[in-house]
Design a protein around this ligand. Structure first.
Ligand SMILES: [Ca+2]
Ligand SMILES: [Ca+2]
Ligand SMILES: [Ca+2]
Length: 252
């Protein structure tokens, strides 16, 4: 039959639209069913897609998005690795913190013990007629002895003859108002004065014209503080065999 002589009845219209994620590519499908007067039916399928320009654009954005996704994947992997490293560091630091805490607790306990011990020893030292000045303890003898015997006495007490390190210390010793041996001698090398710990003499508190090495019996190789001079000009060299008081110093 000829289509122009038949009446057309549009029986059924169907379309399907598919949206693809990312690409937004859509396809429109239309199914026509035509029925002629003599009951013959025919179906036509029509479809429409995006234009090729659109498709190209979509392809480009798809590629860009793929690239971006890959970069994100790489970043994600890197970040995952970094997170794992940080986790490891965190665990290590946590362990170290615990160890330090333990050390700290132990040291705190030890410090408390040492403070108790120090207080106890301070009392003992004071009873044994030692006196404290700045960071040292000093023992002033009541007897007189030669320089060598004086030093022996100090060593027996766990100390040594005093070494003078500052004006303050010199003034403190001078104010004891006694003629005392100090830990200074030139007996090894005439004219080269050394402290008992072997350090050379740098700051001097000699009285005028001293040291003169001019004793009645020859050499004067040991140093004393002479109580009648001025505080910072008070030293004299004496014959080591003379008997004087002495001062021991214990440094803490
Ligand atoms: Ca000293
Ligand atoms: Ca001398
Ligand atoms: Ca002298």
């Amino acid at each position: 039959a000829c289509l122009s002589t038949v009446s057309l009845k549009l029986q059924f219209l169907q379309f399907t639209s598919i949206h693809l994620q990312f690409t937004r590519l859509s396809i429109l499908l239309i199914n026509f069913v035509v029925i002629t007067d003599d009951g013959v039916s025919k179906s036509f399928l029509a479809y429409k897609t995006n234009s090729s320009a659109e498709i190209e654009q979509l392809q480009t954005s798809y590629n860009t998005l793929t690239k971006e996704r890959d970069q994100l994947q790489t970043s994600y992997n890197t970040l995952t690795k970094e997170r794992d490293q940080l986790q490891t560091s965190y665990n290590t630091l946590t362990k170290e913190k615990d160890q330090l805490q333990t050390s700290y607790n132990t040291l705190t306990k030890e410090r408390a013990n040492l403070q108790t011990e120090r207080d106890f020893l301070s009392g003992k030292f004071t009873n044994l007629s030692w006196q404290k000045f700045e960071s040292s303890w000093y023992f002033l003898s009541t007897e007189t002895k030669t320089w060598k015997e004086s030093r022996q006495d100090c060593l027996k007490r766990g100390a040594d003859l005093v070494i003078i390190n500052s004006d303050k210390e010199q003034k403190f010793l001078f104010n004891l108002k006694k003629r005392v041996w100090i830990g200074l001698t030139d007996s090894v090398n005439e004219g080269t004065w050394k402290w008992v710990d072997d350090t050379p003499l740098t700051t001097r508190y000699w009285y005028a014209k001293q040291p003169d090495n001019a004793g009645p019996n020859g050499d004067e190789d040991c140093a004393e503080i002479h109580k009648d001079q001025s505080p910072l000009k008070a030293w004299n060299d004496m014959s080591c065999g003379s008997k004087l008081n002495w001062i021991c110093e214990k440094v803490f």
